[in-house]
Design a protein around this ligand. Structure first.
Ligand SMILES: Cc1ncc(COP(=O)(O)O)c(C=O)c1O
Length: 426
């Protein structure tokens, strides 16, 4: 059985519904900026608990639009170095300069580092809810922003439905940017959403989204915008997925609870602690490998021997060490210790994709079960994996396991991503 790194789930009834709507969209000719986009916006805003939501064509454009609405051109914005490249890139696209800041153990922005990095020209801070965790330190960062007259923008690309103290991701900053890229907890094919309570940001975002036009029927352009619109076809896909958001999260949380329980028994794999006030959507389940375990070898073996596709750590390389930012800002390494340690100590970040295969009640085959403890042991001590495997063929390996209280995270998909659970395991 193949365990892919990500799995998109559109059940048959949803596909039928989307197709009916697409048919209607084509027959009415209202292909973009229509009633389905507005419905998606209204439902999303009400879910997050903000006054407004603005549907756009990607998470990246959502970030850039907010940054433009905050007039950051010529100013600096603090961004955690541990994020997807779209976060700092959006600052540059909007005409600003990026100041990279460090992270804490939950892989999210470090308030102390933010304090140290504020400059005279700093206008705002972007916090990224890595892996779906709204980090508790966001409260301190909100305070720092208030004290220093900075705006706080949430990059909530990972965090649809996540909460801190019962408050939804997307309602903590002056605005937030969500992504509906296919790997995300819900997708619209491509797409993004801005949430905000700020009337001015809302107004300007609508203008930026549509080529800087003052209104849909107007030909007066008051800003340099772009084509950042979400089409109606994308909006209906988004609506159908949005209707399942809580269900998807519940599935992921059930699987994560099992990871929590079982990974605790594995010394070489440490999970990122999530305090009780935080309810993650488990966009990714984050685990960290002990130093000295070769991550590429582990990933290779998971793929080749167990058909578990692992990819997309969050993140393998901090942004300031990406060649483009090294070149732009002359980073040489060693500038942001904790983020750098996350690669140097060989941290591994497994996450859960779509965990429960509702379409199939198929039980996993024993060969898809993996004794991760044994695997880690072997990878550490036996560099020649093929030889090691020849010496201990899988079948033998599993013989003794039935009566051991061993964990078989063969189902761990995910993007370490080590592991993926299938419904049939439970
Ligand atoms: C943290 C983060 N920010 C921004 C983005 C950009 O979103 P999109 O791919 O929809 O432009 C992503 C998505 O992949 C992301 O993971």
């Amino acid at each position: 059985m193949q365990i892919p790194a990500a799995k998109i789930y559109f059940p048959e009834e949803d596909r039928k519904w989307v197709l009916e709507k697409v048919d209607e969209i084509m027959s009415t000719g209202q292909l973009t900026l229509g009633k389905y986009g507005r419905e998606f916006e209204e439902k999303f805003a009400s879910y997050v608990g903000t006054k407004y939501a603005i549907a756009v064509n990607s998470g990246t454009s959502a970030l850039e639009i907010v940054l433009r609405a905050m007039d950051i051109a010529g100013s600096s914005v603090i961004v955690p170095t541990n994020t997807f490249v779209a976060t700092p890139a959006s600052v540059i696209h909007a005409g600003g300069e990026v100041i990279f800041a460090d992270i804490t153990d939950n892989l999210c922005l470090d308030p102390e580092s933010v304090r140290q990095k504020i400059r005279k020209d700093t206008k705002g801070v972007i916090i990224v809810h890595i892996a779906g965790i709204v980090p508790p330190q966001i409260k301190e960062i909100q305070k720092i922003c208030q004290e220093n007259n900075l705006f706080l923008l949430e990059d909530a690309a990972h965090a649809q439905g996540s909460t801190l103290d019962g408050k939804k991701a997307g309602s903590f900053g002056v605005a937030a940017a969500f992504s509906f890229y296919p790997t995300k907890v819900i997708t619209s094919g491509e797409g993004g959403m801005i949430t905000t309570d700020d009337e001015k940001i809302h107004e300007r975002a609508l203008i930026f989204r549509d080529q800087g036009k003052a209104g849909f029927y107007s030909n007066v352009h008051t800003e340099i915008g772009y084509n950042w619109r979400m089409s109606e076809v994308h909006a209906v896909m988004g609506l159908s997925q949005f209707a399942r958001l809580d269900e998807f999260i519940a599935d992921r949380r059930r699987a994560a609870a099992i990871y929590d329980r079982e990974l605790e028994k594995i010394e070489k794999l440490k999970r990122v602690e999530i305090p009780p006030a935080v309810k993650s959507n488990y966009y990714k389940y984050v685990a960290i490998l002990e130093t000295g375990i070769d991550r590429p070898s582990l990933k290779k073996e998971m793929k080749e021997k167990y058909s578990v596709g692992l990819s997309g750590e969050v993140y393998e390389l901090p942004c300031h060490l990406q060649p483009i930012f090294k070149k732009l800002y002359n980073f040489t390494g060693g500038e942001l210790d904790r983020a750098q340690a996350s690669i140097e100590s060989n941290r591994v970040i497994p996450a859960l994709g779509r965990m429960f295969d509702r379409a199939s009640d198929q039980r996993p085959d024993r060969r898809t079960r993996i004794d991760i403890e044994e695997l880690l042991q072997r990878i550490e001590y036996e560099p020649d994996l093929d030889e090691a495997l020849d010496a201990a063929p899988l079948e033998d390996l599993h013989k003794g396991l039935a009566d051991r209280d061993a964990f078989f995270p063969g189902f761990l998909s995910c993007r370490l991503h080590l592991l993926f659970f299938n419904k049939s395991l439970f």
